[in-house]
Design a protein around this ligand. Structure first.
Ligand code: NAD
Length: 292
């Protein structure tokens, strides 16, 4: 494992999303070949409504990952004035398409559309993002189901580095449905004592300083500073912020890395894992189809 760059002597180990996701993808290639041997080609459909520039990049990266794995990829681009009925008709068509194992609606949707209703239309078996209420409920109840990609990728990183979780203090900053809440549930499942902080939390640093595992999912560049981090903490930076044309995380990496035991870089950390976990969800769904 690489050492994080910085000035002081003691440095955190880097949790390298590039290396780990490449390993996941190699493993998936073999599973895709095995599926092809059974006459099954996994398929992922991505629906993009409108022309949000960040969403365009994410959708392109997802298509590229499908290409790398040699699986079917369909991108449905819909105009920004698409109606709810039109969107749901496309989801219905994909629900019925036997060659599609995963359906993903790229978020955020334009404001006039009903996001929860659209996500609820995707049949749970094809819910590649793990955002369907049934899969959310399964996560809450510790039942097997499709799990959201970013939290799943975070847990994959922690487990790959053999970081002990049971009984440790985990603090999650952020309570979104796609990152903060599900990663909190997954950490709880691993027997961490979990605190979820958010925009109304009083004296945030008093919580974060207790964390053995600190997850930052805020969306504010360099929000987590060294004084907020306990010596030896594992720091997971989920943030993707664009500053002066550069992508930076929610953690002040340069000053936090010397204090942490492990840290994820941005870019090249959690973001890389998110895409490989999406591919994993899709291949797992295709394997279930093959077993039918
Ligand atoms: P969100 O905007 O839905 O949620 C942000 C959370 O931060 C909220 O729950 C809010 O309560 C909390 N927050 C805001 N200000 C705060 C403050 N001052 N103190 C404490 N908490 C505060 O965002 P999200 O969708 O969860 O994403 C968070 C970040 O992660 C964004 O930068 C996003 O781009 C990034 N992200 C990255 C990936 C990836 O693959 N790496 C995936 C999803 C999101």
């Amino acid at each position: 494992m690489k050492r994080a760059a910085g000035k002081r002597k003691r440095m955190a180990q880097l949790l390298d999303g590039k290396v780990l996701s490449a390993e996941v993808m190699e493993n998936l290639k073999a599973r895709v070949e095995a599926l092809k041997g059974k006459g099954i080609l996994p398929g992922l459909a991505v629906i993009l409504v409108g022309d949000d520039p960040a969403s365009q990049i994410y959708v392109r990266n997802k298509g590229k990952a499908c290409e790398d794995l040699g699986i079917r990829s369909e991108t449905i681009r819909m105009s920004g004035d698409t109606t709810q009925e039109e969107l749901e008709a496309v989801i219905d068509r994909l629900n019925k398409d036997e060659g599609i194992d995963g359906i993903l609606v790229q978020l955020p949707l334009p404001k006039h559309l009903n996001e929860p209703a659209a996500l609820a239309k995707i049949i749970p078996e094809k819910d590649a993002d793990g955002f369907h209420l049934l899969n959310c409920g399964k996560l809450l109840c510790s039942l097997p189901g499709t799990q959201p990609c970013t939290p799943k990728g975070i847990m994959y990183m922690l487990k790959s580095a053999n970081i002990p979780l049971s009984g440790r203090e985990a603090v999650v900053i952020g309570r979104s449905n796609i990152v903060g809440k599900p990663v909190a549930m997954m950490l709880l499942q691993e027997n961490c004592t979990v605190t979820v902080c958010h925009s109304r939390t009083q004296d945030l640093a008093s919580h974060t300083r207790r964390a053995d595992i600190l997850v930052a999912a805020v969306g504010k560049a360099k929000f987590v500073t060294a004084d907020m981090v306990k010596d030896g903490a594992v720091v997971i930076d989920v943030g993707i912020n664009r500053v002066d044309g550069k992508v930076v995380g929610d953690v002040d990496f340069e000053n936090v890395a010397p204090k942490a035991s492990y840290i994820t870089p941005v870019p090249g950390g959690v973001g890389k894992m998110t895409i490989s976990m999406l591919m994993l969800n899709c291949v797992e769904a295709a394997e279930k189809r093959a077993a039918l």
